[in-house]
Design a protein around this ligand. Sequence first.
Ligand code: BGC
Length: 387
Amino acid sequence: MKKQFIVAGLAGLLALSLAGCTSNGGTTTPSTSDTAATSATAAGGTVGVAMPNKTSSRWVADGNAVQSGLEALGYQVDLEYAGDDIPTQTQQIDQMITKGVKLLIIASIDGTALTSQLASAKAAGIPVIAYDRLINGSPDVDFYVSFDNYKVGVAQANSLLYGLGLTNKDGSKAANPPAGPLDIELFAGSPDDNNATFFWNGAMDTLKPYFDDGTLVVKSGQTDFAQCAITRWLLESAQTRMDNLLTSAYGGNGAGLKGVLSPYDGLSRGIINAMTNVGMGPDIAGGLPVVTGQDAEIESVALINQGVQFSTIFKDTRKLADQAVKTAQEILAGNTPTANNTTDYNNGVKIVPSYLLDVDTINKEDIQSKLIDSGYWTQSQVDNGQA
Ligand code: BGC
């Protein structure tokens, strides 16, 4: 059943043409994607890379960076995006297995929906790396590369506290904090994404003392993960929920709302749309509430630069892609991949050995040093809000 595509005798040959590269969320994208040329140099066989969607610029950056890293090592890459549709992703993975890929790198849409695909991969001897999002409920995940998801949540909550004036940027208590109680609202990510709970737990553990002593209040009373979660991380759903919160708890015009914990830039933009639709704005009395984010998506970096969104958490997709490529190389060479966490990521069946990377918080004053100087985005992309 399993077809193997073996390109013999070309080991070590690299024909990377990096002329005319484009900057795309920090990735270097060869401007020519000549499949024939790529396969001619594919000494190592094909690696299947499954990404969730192209609507979030981070996954495009991730996909491009993983692809170019693998191609530089002599692998051919089958890179697929699933439009956030679970059946599409399962089908894409099935096809990769049928094609006989050497290894799978998967950023899942629903972390519990891939058990049978992973069982087929195992039966065909294809190792699986879960990329960014853990795949749950399967014994057949070999490794997990991600950012430290709990720390992302801690960073989001710390940024909210800083934006509210309760702490300094370094996390120390502010000398003259505003008198509480301060009204805030909470958003969480997609319930089928394992990361969403880690972000939430990191944030809630950090905010808890401020809820306990009455400094922070969630006026809507919606403080459970299930009440705050946004399925599939959709901007439109976050906007609708924020509309409803503004109507039900803030007199329809947002009066008194000081901050919103948002775990992802797409949600943050939906939340900000809802606020501006009821007449709130950065230049309007009271200003916009503090809104956090994640991913340093260019549309949100532009909003941060304009003083509209307060912060985002920068996950350098170049580093994650690099780690995934290193891990793939170790596995394909028959070695045990390097882990830095072997305790925290239990997928319900086993603890999956993991490599976790650190993240940076970005406020307006960090855009130059962290995003532009490092080549992740250019000044003109920040100015235009477009990749
Ligand atoms: C990723 C985040 C991203 C979110 C929405 C999560 O699994 O870790 O970086 O913001 O999905 O795409």
